[in-house]
Design a protein around this ligand. Structure first.
Ligand code: UT7
Length: 335
């Protein structure tokens, strides 16, 4: 049996910055409301025609991660691509990365677990590496939200929150059983599938039917979120699944060098920080600058924290996420 460890990290954010003031011009919202409820000051949005797509951003982040790992794309044995906004309905975005990176016939799998996508993908990569099936696994989280949001007052409770971007890591095998991914903990609760969802079009109502009805009130092709319900569940599940990781590893909260929570809402991260009595230097947040980038938020934040020297040899790092599904999970990493 091997352990898996992260040896390269990269991120890509589109250049176009959209501030809260920019949103005030197109919908009934305010910088004060957005900052008070979410902590977000600005986010990045793709500009149509700038050449970016979910997979293209993922490729840019992946190239950096692979280079920092000291590898060539052809050294990658398996690609895992976490997203809720794939380039196409099908096939998934992973195969587009395989083609763009020119890794002949490398298997590629999409992970459709929304905000928990990156945590699920790391856990999946870890299992393939542990068994010895693959040595070097590329894990990408990438989202192109902005093109699919309702950017009017009607959609303001969601559209102010989400941003575009991508992050990537390369994992490889190590024989050191005290290093790398020590444990991962995954959950889902489909009972609440529709509380944070985009349900149309779907197999119960295909595109031709929607077009035929041409109902101006039909907004099923925009994301829906029961915000307060999601918030209440998030704070409970984040705490539970981090606690489970602490018990499994035997770590105490004060030993955590860095918690990198999914960047859903700064208030959620602050609640979790308080719950575990973590200091400001023990939790990494960048939602202020990028908004919620769903499956991309943890790899973007982890990369940034690593670039700033906050994650280094010997660090005890905790990743945790909660979101649509509902799904949630944590990963405990001894760097
Ligand atoms: O990443 C996946 C996981 N996602 C999450 O964890 C998100 C969890 N939920 C949240 O973060 C919060 O619920 C939100 C930030 C989305 C919303 O905050 P809230 O405190 O739950 O607000 P609310 O939806 O209860 O709305 C309060 C008021 C409403 O007005 P009335 O009915 O009180 O007059 C909304 O219409 O705020 C209004 N509102 C806004 N006002 C200005 C909603 N969105 C906006 C907006 N600007 N963008």
């Amino acid at each position: 049996m091997f352990n898996s460890k992260i040896i390269g990290l990269g991120k890509y954010l589109p250049e176009n910055v959209v501030t809260n003031a920019d949103l005030e011009k197109i919908m009934d919202t305010s910088d004060a409301w957005i900052q008070e409820r979410t902590g977000i000051q600005e986010r990045r949005h793709i500009v149509k025609g700038d050449g970016n797509s979910t997979s293209a951003m993922g490729v840019k982040a992946a190239k950096i991660a692979i280079e920092r790992a000291g590898l060539e794309p052809r050294d990658i044995d398996f690609i895992l691509f976490a997203t809720l906004s794939p380039d196409y309905y099908f096939p998934g975005s992973g195969v587009l990365v395989q083609e763009a990176l020119d890794i002949p016939n490398c298997p590629a799998m999409d992970i459709r677990m929304q905000c928990s996508g990156f945590v699920y993908a790391i856990a999946t990569a870890d299992q393939f590496i542990k068994t010895g099936m693959y040595k070097n696994v590329l894990v990408i989280g990438s989202e192109y939200h902005s093109g699919g949001l309702d950017m009017t007052t009607r959609g303001r409770n969601i559209s102010v929150i989400f941003g575009d971007g991508a992050g990537a890591v390369v994992l490889t095998q190590t024989k050191d059983e005290n290093k790398g991914i020590l444990s991962s903990h995954l959950y889902s609760q489909g009972k609440y599938a529709e509380e944070l969802s985009l349900i149309g079009p779907n197999t119960g109502r295909w595109v031709p039917e929607i077009m035929e009805l041409n109902d101006p009130e039909d907004i099923s092709y925009y994301p829906y979120m029961n915000g307060q319900f999601v918030f209440k569940n998030a704070v409970v599940r984040f705490a539970e699944v981090i606690q489970e990781g602490l018990e499994k590893t035997g770590w105490t909260a004060d030993q955590i060098n860095l918690l990198v929570p999914h960047q859903a809402n700064l208030r959620i991260a602050q609640f979790v920080q308080k719950k575990f009595r973590l200091g400001n230097d023990q939790v990494y947040n960048n939602i202020q600058r990028y908004g919620n980038t769903t499956a991309a938020s943890i790899p973007i934040a982890l990369t940034e924290a690593w670039e700033e020297g906050k994650v280094k040899e010997g660090s005890k790092v905790v990743l945790a996420a909660f979101g649509s599904g509902f799904t949630w999970g944590s990963v405990m990493i001894q760097w």
